[in-house]
Ligand binder design. Structure first.
Ligand SMILES: [Fe+2]
Length: 289
């Protein structure tokens, strides 16, 4: 399933001269795509990377706005307001992601209805429409059919904010878990379980968002999540901010859907990338023959 459109920007956008992209389908519903774009509008060559559903999450639900008509902003305004804050955050030695995410959710909630660029792929229960990419911020809208699911995945070197615009969505959020005293993993330092290695995640939040409600995730809080569309489906606005383009990405984990330790809501998982296996196998065959 292809999740993200080939079109990085509107074809009339003069800032983008060319875009190279590669993609990897991690699982139905979760695709990692890397893009390298050559942008001249800002006078610099910028390496870009975007990933899929990114979605994002957290358990605190940002409030609904009762005066949206007075506060409504266009996409251009949202980018203009958030991008400077995003740039300051990613260049800081001590970035305050929580403050930024709170601001991002607030601005997403005010956003006027986005024009449809190009939803796709046709026929998929989960469709994306790429709206904006101005480093280090990107914005998508996702339309999910009733009860469709974007399975659990992480958000490495990225934080994000998601806002429900139509319908409802259940967001379950998780983090890597270690017993007291253990210190094997360090997400920010890239010290993560190896592929094929079983590890633990702990469910931290489980919320149902309705129209004009949003949540956020940071690189170290609620970094894994699963997004489940409600009985009427949903339209989501999803904003991502990238810290390290070279490493940023989204990786799904295989999970049986159960808490093996219900009291602590612990789950046993492994990185799940079936297509990687196929690709590696195919590459090995090619290398050998
Ligand atoms: Fe996500």
């Amino acid at each position: 399933m292809q999740f993200i459109r080939d079109q990085l920007f509107d074809a009339t956008n003069e800032e983008v001269c060319s875009v190279d992209s590669t993609e990897r389908e991690l699982d139905p519903g979760v695709i990692l795509r890397r893009r390298t774009a050559f942008r001249f509008g800002l006078g610099a060559l910028t390496t870009l990377l975007c990933m899929s559903p990114m979605n994002v999450l957290g358990q605190e639900v940002a409030g609904e706005s009762e005066k949206l008509n007075d506060e409504a902003i266009e996409l251009e305004t949202l980018i203009a307001r958030l991008r400077p804050e995003a740039r300051r955050m990613i260049s800081s030695d001590v970035p305050d992601e929580e403050v930024y995410i709170k601001r991002a959710i607030e601005e997403l909630t005010k956003l006027t209805e986005l024009e449809t660029n190009r939803f796709g792929p046709p026929g998929s229960p989960i469709q994306s429409d790429y709206q904006a990419w101005v480093f280090p911020v990107s914005l998508y809208q996702f339309r999910m059919e009733p009860n469709s699911v974007i399975h659990i995945h992480d958000h490495r070197d990225v934080n994000g904010a998601i806002s429900v615009r139509e319908g409802s969505a259940r967001i379950r959020s998780f983090d890597i878990f270690e017993e007291e005293g253990e210190k094997r993993w360090d997400v920010l330092a890239g010290k993560l379980p190896e592929k094929g290695e079983e590890f633990l995640i702990q469910e931290k939040g489980d919320v149902v968002l309705k129209e004009r409600q949003g949540v956020g995730l940071t690189r170290t809080r609620d970094n894994f999540h699963q997004v489940e569309a409600g009985p009427d489906g949903c339209l989501l606005y999803d904003l991502f901010t990238y810290f390290k383009l070279s490493a940023a990405g989204s990786h799904r984990v295989a999970w049986d859907g159960k808490h093996f330790d219900p009291n602590r809501k612990l789950c046993k998982v492994t990185w799940f990338s079936p297509d990687h296996e196929k690709q590696e196998s195919k590459q090995s065959e090619e290398d050998n023959g």
